[in-house]
Design a binder for this molecule. Structure first.
Ligand code: NDP
Ligand code: OXD
Length: 318
């Protein structure tokens, strides 16, 4: 076996058998096995392509060379206490990035153009337009200026929004006001009307979206208060703090794609909350075709002596 695929079917497109077919087409002549269905000699496994494999599984392959995490976020994978010390490649494809930016653009525009108010007016039969400002009057702050955050920030700026971004290390992106590290957080928040979280979940970022942070967001903007969009990971926001901030007006609204527990439990207050938009972790539906091509290309390059791309830095947890 060269490549072992360890995924569970979350849709027809993500069935293990479909993954095998797609990867086999792109890696002719190699054996591709499915975990747990196929009988496999553990010492024959050189690569594993996995999404949320059971803890301990990867440690059972003594000749493992590379793990391909079939998503951008590696928080689930890094929780494996027996994760072998081999390179981990995560997904960073234009396909995934473009889809994420679509989500950010759509929800920022919905907020900016007061679409929820207009929908409500339609339901009531009211022809009552409100004052509408131009995009450059809205300050959007993107937390995380990585592959996805930088793309979203650029596209938001292209629409005309006044965009800033915040990252761990300093960045310079044309047209974006860049802030970094602890010292950069307060000035970044103070000029943010719509906060877009596109951070990875790490020990440093867990719970970063809390009551204190919400209180530091701008309150002098056109919306009359700040909004939160979280498409990073659920563990970034403290649920009780989001609810309390919505209830006392510290936040005007929240758009949440990711949650501490997924699927979001049926009794969760976010579901019916009038100021919350819930989406089912589908900001970017990962395209299995694009990811297969990406994994196959990396294997071919690696075997030709080339460098693996988009490696995870375990010290930083992303
Ligand atoms: P990257 O690793 O490319 O970027 C991460 C960014 O976050 C970097 O700019 C990094 O800073 C910054 N960052 C990390 N830790 C900190 C910190 N402690 N303080 C400040 N900034 C920090 O990741 P991607 O852009 O590819 O993806 C981001 C996340 O989006 C994923 O980890 C995943 O959780 C989520 N995601 C969600 C999806 C969905 O459907 N909802 C789909 C795909 C991804 P620096 O640049 O200095 O390293
Ligand atoms: C990812 C995701 O990390 O889909 O790719 O959340």
């Amino acid at each position: 076996v060269t490549l072992l695929v360890a995924v569970h079917a979350s849709s027809e497109n993500w069935t293990p058998a479909r993954w095998r077919t797609r990867l086999a087409e792109r890696l002719p002549g190699r054996r591709i096995a499915l975990w747990p269905d196929d009988a496999v000699d553990p010492s024959s496994v050189r690569y594993v392509a996995a999404w949320k494999p059971p803890p301990g599984l990867l440690a059972t392959f003594p000749n493992l060379e590379v793990v391909f995490n079939l998503g951008a976020g590696v928080d689930a994978l890094l929780q494996d206490p027996r994760l072998p010390d081999v390179p981990i490649v995560r997904v960073a494809t234009d396909d995934l990035t473009n889809r994420m930016s679509e989500y950010v653009l759509m929800h920022t525009l919905m907020i900016h153009r007061q679409q929820r108010y207009l929908d409500d007016c339609q339901r009531r039969g009211f022809w009552t337009p409100r004052d509408q400002w131009a995009a450059n009057a809205l300050r959007v702050g993107v937390m995380g200026l990585g592959v996805i955050g930088a793309d979203a920030a650029r596209k938001l700026a292209l629409v005309g929004f006044d965009v800033a971004g915040w990252s761990r290390s300093p960045k310079s992106i044309e047209g974006i006001a860049c802030f970094a590290g602890d010292a950069g957080l307060a000035p970044f928040l103070a000029r943010t009307d719509v906060l877009v979280a596109l951070l990875p979940l790490t020990p440093d970022t867990r719970g970063v979206l809390d009551r204190r942070l919400f209180a530091d967001l701008a309150r002098d903007g056109r919306l009359g208060g700040p909004w939160l969009i979280n498409a990073g990971r659920g563990g970034l926001h403290v649920e009780e703090d989001v609810l309390a901030a919505l209830d006392d007006g510290t936040l005007l609204g929240a758009v949440l794609d990711v949650f501490a527990t997924e699927p979001l439990p049926p009794e969760h207050p976010f579901w019916g909350h009038p100021k919350v938009t819930v989406t089912p972790h589908n900001a970017a539906d990962s395209d299995a075709e694009a990811i297969s091509a990406y994994v196959a290309a990396q294997i071919v390059r690696h075997e030709a002596g080339g460098a693996l791309a988009n490696l995870v830095d375990r010290r930083h947890g992303y």
